[in-house]
Design a protein around this ligand. Structure first.
Ligand code: GDG
Length: 488
């Protein structure tokens, strides 16, 4: 990072970068934080049943040179900001599922209240030369709230999930307020070129923004730069995990146990965006149409529990249990079950073994910001005998990974054919595809992602004080009746 300022990360959840369980993102952000002696701010994960809305106890912790600051949420705030607006309004809508979205006005008020709470608690910790990087859909209006408190620091934002095209965004009540919130940032990062195009179209069509070139837009007296910064994985970290004793033992166990089978793997949070029912149906067609897979092809599907208080997730769980039971009942034998469906979290250190033991990975979301599992699978394959990635064209990763077998997950017969093709692909073709994919994943890893984003953020000229003052003057009026104020 060219700036000398301290890095401040803000995200809904805070990961301790030094814990063994930390994922690639926590490790990558942790590296960037450690270099600048940074601060990471977010929700503690604790819900206080009788807590007052808009209030929460703040906790300070150190992890090496990094300060971790977390805040508790009252139950009312958790239910409206997190389970409500973030996960029942923005998550489904941004994943093109308006049919599942609930735009209850109480949700919106809670979302605004918690963003204001985060801003209030964070603002007092900030130094004038800090560089602030806000993450994901939970916190879109945070910069606006910080600006209202007089923050003049550079503030960047990264959206981990897709940004849908204008007609879908326009269906979100308060969408103009949301869009205006983006203009309080200096830099907005999106996962793909197509998300960046949607941003450009939306701000021009709905907010009358002027495009100034190279992703810079001017509207509402503000300027923002919005570009694609596709996230990657920590390839080395995964390779280290793979060489651990635990991972090697698990790989040997899987290979022995399934020596007469051909393994396929799916690893997903149990989320309706991941296309799991469609995947199970395509797998059933594989068994029905290509009998050579009977007594052989075995799909290990890890579906880690997530957001279980939300009804759509409960329904999905029941649907998948039904489908897995049906397929195993119809096709299974005494010594072979076609689907091993595990509804639990699988230890991260054991993921490499599962990736390595599998001939094919099924990564078939209906919509996904990027999808890191696709990249992790490729990174874990052995060059002498690599497996094949079947990847949805609707995952952000498809833009960078054209050498995968790209599928439309809604088209079940075509997905079935692609799985069959993956299972019977020649070694030469597997190697060619794998080496192209691996080169791309190595070049654009998570460290490259955070460096590129932070360099771009640091290169943006800081705003003159008058510009900040104008941001504050134009900010959204407080919500009085639970409905967002709209600029129409
Ligand atoms: C969001 C966006 C975007 C999964 N199950 C287990 C487990 N995992 C790990 C995987 C992978 C991560 O979780 C999942 O990342 P994805 O990218 O696949 O999906 P989301 O969770 O939806 O992430 C997505 C991402 O943010 C980053 O920007 O790519 O589009 O939706 O690392 O390995 N890990 C362990 N046990 C499990 O059971 N330990």
């Amino acid at each position: 990072m060219s700036s000398t300022g301290r890095l401040v990360i803000v995200s809904n959840r805070v990961g301790d970068p030094r814990k063994a369980s930390a994922g690639g993102l926590a490790v990558a952000l942790g590296d960037a934080l450690a270099k600048s002696g940074g601060l990471w701010f977010g929700w503690s994960g604790k819900v206080v049943d009788d807590g007052a809305p808009g209030e929460g106890e703040v906790h300070h912790q150190r992890s090496g040179t990094v300060e971790l600051v977390t805040i508790d949420l009252s139950k009312a705030d958790h239910d409206t900001y997190y389970a409500g607006y973030s996960n029942q309004a923005l998550w489904p809508a941004f994943h093109y599922r308006l049919d599942l979205a609930d735009f209850a006005s109480g949700f919106f008020a809670g979302y605004q209240r918690v963003n204001r709470l985060f801003a209030r608690k964070l603002a007092v910790l900030l130094r004038p030369d800090d560089v602030i990087w806000v993450h994901d859909y939970h916190l879109i209006p945070l910069a606006d709230e910080l600006r209202a408190l007089g923050c003049r620091q550079r503030i960047g934002f990264f959206l981990h999930i897709p940004l849908p095209p204008p007609p879908i965004l326009a269906a979100i009540p308060g969408h103009k307020w949301l869009m205006r919130s983006f203009f309080a940032y200096d830099l907005v990062g999106l996962q793909t070129r197509s998300d960046a195009d949607h941003f450009a179209r939306f701000v021009q069509e709905e907010a009358g923004a002027r495009a100034l070139g190279e992703g810079r837009f001017e509207a509402l007296g503000r300027q923002v730069v919005a570009r694609a910064y596709p996230i990657g994985i920590d390839v080395e970290e995964f390779q280290r995990l793979a060489s651990s004793n635990d991972s090697r033992q698990t790989e040997a166990m899987l290979k022995k146990q399934y020596s007469h089978r051909r393994l396929l793997v799916g690893i997903d949070r149990l989320d309706y965006s991941k296309g799991l029912p469609q995947r199970f149906r395509a797998f059933r067609e594989l068994l029905a149409n290509y009998p050579e897979n009977l007594n052989s092809a075995t799909l290990i599907q890890i579906a880690s529990p997530t957001r279980e208080s939300v009804q759509a997730y409960e329904e999905l769980r029941r649907e998948l249990e039904g489908l897995a039971g049906e397929i195993n009942g119809d096709y299974g034998e005494l010594d072979w079950l076609p689907i091993r469906y595990l509804h639990r979290v699988w230890a991260r250190r054991r993921l490499p073994a599962l990736y390595r033991a599998s001939r094919v990975a099924l990564v078939t979301p209906l919509r996904d910001g990027m999808n890191l599992v696709a990249k992790e699978y490729v990174a874990m394959q052995v060059e002498a005998d690599p497996g094949v990635l079947v990847l949805s064209r609707f995952a952000g990763a498809a833009e960078q990974m054209p050498e995968a077998l790209l599928v439309n997950p809604y088209d079940i017969p075509a997905t079935t054919q692609a799985i069959q093709r993956a299972l019977s692909m020649s070694l030469v073709e597997r190697q060619e595809r794998h080496s192209a994919l691996l080169a791309q994943i190595r070049e654009h890893d998570v460290h490259d992602w955070s460096r590129t984003f932070l360099d771009a953020l640091s290169a943006i000229e800081t705003r003159p004080p008058e510009a900040i003052a104008s941001l504050v003057l134009q900010r959204a009026a407080p919500v009085s009746d639970g409905k967002p104020d709209l600029i129409t």
